[in-house]
Design a protein around this ligand. Structure first.
Ligand SMILES: Nc1ncnc2c1ncn2[C@@H]1O[C@H](COP(=O)(O)OP(=O)(O)O)[C@@H](O)[C@H]1O
Ligand SMILES: [Mg+2]
Length: 419
């Protein structure tokens, strides 16, 4: 049997919470696919529908419209009616609070899904120990097997939750902001560790975060969500370098945005001229944008060049330096052009004094023209983008986990930071 190439297909997913104001859609027609073995991230601000999407996929929320297919099998659809129970979906999930069981040892936490699985998934007794130990070794917790789960540090509890998720070899691993409860340095270390683990095991991963650095650094594909929809999906580089709306440009990374009107052809053949508050600039416009259109232009701080002498190139303006901040590997210059303050990031060697004459250059190739109309109609079906995450709604996580793993122990899960 050939394995399906797609681990996950989500088509036109809609979710309206009962009692929500005027039937507002928490998820409003979300579609995407995740190829086997890929790391796919939903990225977006709090409340945009990331967790809801994840929970619909896990089967922890009923959907209102749409089809969800896991490993080639439809697990949720409305026509015809299909609803596969969470524990039958071959999915594992790690929550923001790791939801590990405090009254169990590390070993027993990981063994739980193997012992408690329905007959279909239950593992022969003699196989439990080697599989648990293998999972613990993968996350470097083997030596803690007999310790109580509560005696682990935050980072270790995180790894334990991962081991428990991976021990059953799920088709799909769902991670809902798993690093957001760790302190900054640990979070960075866990980012690398998690990505290495994902590569080594090859488990298809759907990751949810509101942290753009996490999304860009870990993902094969990032899908950016806004108000219940995916507004752009692509590789981290595409999302960062070629945002299709001002929302994506400002949510993913820092940028300078200028309101602009397209005025006519430019010297370089593929570019147009645009009038902006700082003056006339040249930029390449997306297809469909023409003379007279109102657009925005995004220029990232690191793409702006600062000069002590005026270069003979387009998009150069007189600037005065307002602030300089030396960071070692880079220097951030905040400059004024006309009435406008602009953030720039220069190489650590660039040294300009506050009162000396200066010029900023917005290199033509780095001026990204955004038409929000254009962005909103972008094709988001491609499985080449990533997405977002945010807060967990208050819920009974022990209960949810129980439904994922079938029959949780009675005690509540450990909340983050209890170790
Ligand atoms: N259990 C719930 N009942 C009612 N509304 C909810 C519930 N969970 C989430 N919501 C609402 O649905 C929207 C999306 O929430 P959520 O998926 O948690 O967003 P995110 O994970 O991106 O922060 C928000 O407006 C949120 O308030
Ligand atoms: Mg959330």
């Amino acid at each position: 049997m050939t394995e399906p190439e797609l681990a996950l297909e989500v088509e036109d997913l809609v979710k309206v919470y009962a009692g929500s104001e005027s039937g507002q859609r928490a998820v409003d027609g979300v579609s995407f696919t995740v190829e086997r073995g890929r790391f796919f991230t939903l990225l977006g601000p709090s409340g945009c529908g990331k967790s809801t999407t994840l929970r619909c996929i896990a089967g922890l929320e009923a959907t209102d419209e749409g089809t969800i297919t896991v490993g080639g099998r439809v697990v949720s659809s409305h026509q015809p009616k299909v609803l596969v129970q969470p524990h039958e979906r071959d999915i594992a999930m790690v929550f923001q609070s790791y939801a590990i069981w405090p009254h169990m040892t590390v070993f027993d936490n990981v063994a739980f899904p193997l012992r408690a699985g329905r007959k279909r998934r239950r593992v022969a007794r003699k196989d439990v120990r080697p599989r648990v130990m293998e999972a613990l070794e993968r996350v470097q917790l083997a030596e803690y097997a007999q310790r109580l789960a509560t005696k682990l540090s935050g980072g270790q509890q995180q790894r334990l939750a991962l081991a428990r998720a991976l021990v059953g070899n799920p088709t799909l691993l769902l991670l809902d902001e798993p690093l957001s409860n760790l302190d900054a340095s640990l979070r960075e270390a866990m980012r690398t560790e998690l990505r290495t683990l994902q590569r080594d095991t090859g488990v298809t991963t759907l990751y949810v975060t509101h942290d753009q650095t996490e999304a860009l650094s870990m993902s094969n594909v990032v899908a950016v969500m806004q108000d219940g929809r995916i507004v752009q999906a692509g590789s981290p580089r595409e999302i960062y370098r070629r945002p299709m709306s001002s929302f994506v440009a400002t949510f993913v990374g820092r940028t300078n945005l200028f309101d602009a009107t397209v005025t006519g052809p430019a010297a370089s053949p593929s570019a147009l001229t645009l009038d902006t508050e700082v003056g006339r600039i040249e930029a390449v416009c997306p297809e469909g944008v023409g003379v007279g259109d109102s657009v925005s232009v995004s220029v990232r701080p690191e793409d702006i060049r600062l000069h002590a002498e005026r270069p003979l190139r387009p998009n150069v303006f007189d600037a005065s330096i307002i602030r300089r901040m030396y960071l070692g590997d880079a220097v951030e210059y905040n400059v004024r052009v006309g009435e406008r303050q602009i953030d720039t990031r220069q190489h650590g060697d660039v040294f300009l004094r506050r009162r000396q004459p200066a010029w900023v250059e917005f290199p033509v190739e780095h001026c990204v023209v955004l038409s929000d109309e254009f962005g909103a109609t972008a094709d988001t079906h491609a499985d080449r983008g990533t997405e977002d995450e945010d807060h967990d709604p208050p819920d009974d996580r022990a209960g949810l986990l129980a439904s994922v793993f079938e029959g949780a122990p009675a005690a509540a899960p450990v909340e983050e930071g209890t170790a």
